[in-house]
Design a protein around this ligand. Structure first.
Ligand code: GLU
Length: 469
């Protein structure tokens, strides 16, 4: 059997993490089985679907690296196809036109609420004397007895009674086909072998299986994933922070880390936490998707992100880091290769955003010194060590880590002070704060003249403070 899966979002907002996770499961399952993964935009709800949301979904998928195989399908472009299948069901007596007026329907619903009985739309239609046959909807003739059963790949044996299902509308009075109907036609026509989606679709699945059967079409295997909750156990929402995938990019996460995190959120393979994509392609299966809800844990995502910043080749991380510098208005054309920054800073931060923030001094002068660090380390007592180390650094004929370190050591030795008395003022002077990788590897990536200039600025800063005291 050829495995065909799909991600079928309704474009009514950003690509949220719940959607991204089911997309990932579908994508991985197709990859694992050398199958096909289809992206289908379910934009039949014309009032709620927007082109911006379509773009946000495509951007999110692209950023995560999950592109569909072949063209992207849009349901709004397939109305004629759906309508031809509505006609087929009408011709075969498996669907019928319903002429009940709004008022009549309201009265029926009220009565059904009181009696708890299912509305028999067909019988009600038969009671009508006069019919305006230009205004109607088409309803699917749902079986009245028995139940729909399927073996869910995540939840096991499922059964939903037909009593719980109305004869649902498959074509509205304006001639547009409805959601559950379009999904069946598409899943059937696109040869879907597996439908992986959220558990909020369980009742839709029962309705859809009945339609598949009306066409004598092969019903796909369904896998319903549980919800993602916030860390407080409530449904994940904006309250918990970022929920749209692109927000994670903005916040400084690597797509690889988010993928790994989301896959593990509800799926496991032994105790393994970190997976390469190749490993996921090899091991991902539906059977090991967890059927209980999973809680989103930002701490764990941060941990995963740091793992990836350290594990991936620095050049690969750098491709994502550049976006953050640009976003912060920092031009990285002049300065160290971004891979150098990754190697220097990955240990010190949880996100790429932070990495760019704390590394700006490699590419541009800082607008101000960190207040606390300046107060502590740029005091009159620092003048002598700073002046001497500046002199030694300025004289270096080769700007290397060893020589920079030697200049710092020699200064401390000559002045008979601890290394910190030289190093800390020098660090604040050249990086603007009291926190940086070791000075030899930091300064070597700054131009020699730049280091000298920044030490001069720090000396001027000390002098100015002194004068104002
Ligand atoms: N369009 C549906 C949604 O966004 C998903 C339908 C499906 O996966 O079958 O909730």
């Amino acid at each position: 059997m050829t495995v065909v899966t799909r991600f079928a979002p309704s474009p009514t907002g950003y690509l949220h993490v719940g959607g991204a996770r089911t997309a990932l499961y579908s994508w991985l399952y197709a990859k694992r089985n050398n199958g096909k993964f289809i992206l289908r935009i379910e934009d039949t709800d014309l009032e709620r679907s927007t082109p911006e949301a379509v773009q946000a979904i495509i951007d999110g998928m692209q950023w995560l690296g999950m592109e569909g195989d072949g063209e992207i399908f849009y349901q709004t472009k397939r109305f004629d196809l759906y309508k031809s299948y509505v006609q087929q069901l009408l011709d075969e007596g498996k669907a019928y036109k319903c002429f009940l007026s709004k008022e009549a329907l309201e009265a029926l619903r009220e009565r059904a609420e009181q009696t708890g009985e299912r509305i028999d739309y067909e019988a009600e239609n038969e009671k009508l004397d006069v019919v305006d046959d230009s205004v109607f909807v088409v309803r699917f003739r749902n079986p009245k007895t028995g139940s729909v059963k399927w073996n869910d790949a995540v939840r096991g044996e499922m059964e939903i009674s037909n009593q719980e299902m109305d004869d649902m509308i498959i074509l509205r009075s304006d001639g547009s086909p409805t959601y559950n109907f379009c999904v069946v036609i598409d899943d059937w026509q696109m040869g879907m072998s597996h439908v992986i989606r959220g558990e909020d679709h369980l009742i839709n699945t029962a309705k859809q299986i009945n339609i598949f059967e009306a066409f004598g079409a092969k019903v796909p295997t369904y896998a319903h994933c549980s919800m993602i909750l916030g860390d407080d156990g409530k449904k994940l929402s904006k309250r918990h922070g970022a929920v749209g995938v692109m927000q994670y990019r903005d916040d400084g996460y690597l797509p690889q880390a988010l993928i790994n995190y989301l896959v593990r959120l509800g799926w496991s393979h032994g105790d393994q936490e970190v997976f390469t994509l190749e490993e996921l392609f090899e091991h991902f299966d539906i059977e090991n998707i967890n059927n209980s809800a999973s809680a989103f844990n930002t701490e764990k995502l941060n941990w995963m992100n740091q793992q990836y910043m350290k594990l991936l080749p620095a050049q690969e991380v750098a491709k994502h880091l550049v976006w953050h510098f640009e976003n912060q208005g920092v031009n990285t054309a002049n300065g160290p290769d971004l891979a150098v920054i990754v190697d220097l800073q990955a240990e010190r931060v949880k996100t790429l955003k932070e990495m760019a923030e704390i590394s700006q001094y490699f590419y541009q002068d800082f607008a101000s010194l960190d207040e606390k660090a300046a107060k502590k380390h740029l005091r009159p007592v620092a003048k002598e060590p700073l002046s001497l180390v500046k002199e030694k650094l300025a004289q270096l004929s080769e700007w290397s880590e060893e020589n920079i370190q030697a200049a710092i050591n020699d200064t401390a030795e000559e002045l008979e002070v601890g290394m910190g008395k030289v190093g800390m003022p020098l660090r604040v002077a050249t990086t603007g704060s009291g926190n940086s990788p070791s000075l030899d590897v930091t300064l070597v990536h700054l131009a020699q003249e730049k280091v000298v200039e920044r030490i001069d600025n720090a000396l001027a800063f000390i002098a100015e403070r002194e004068a104002n005291q």
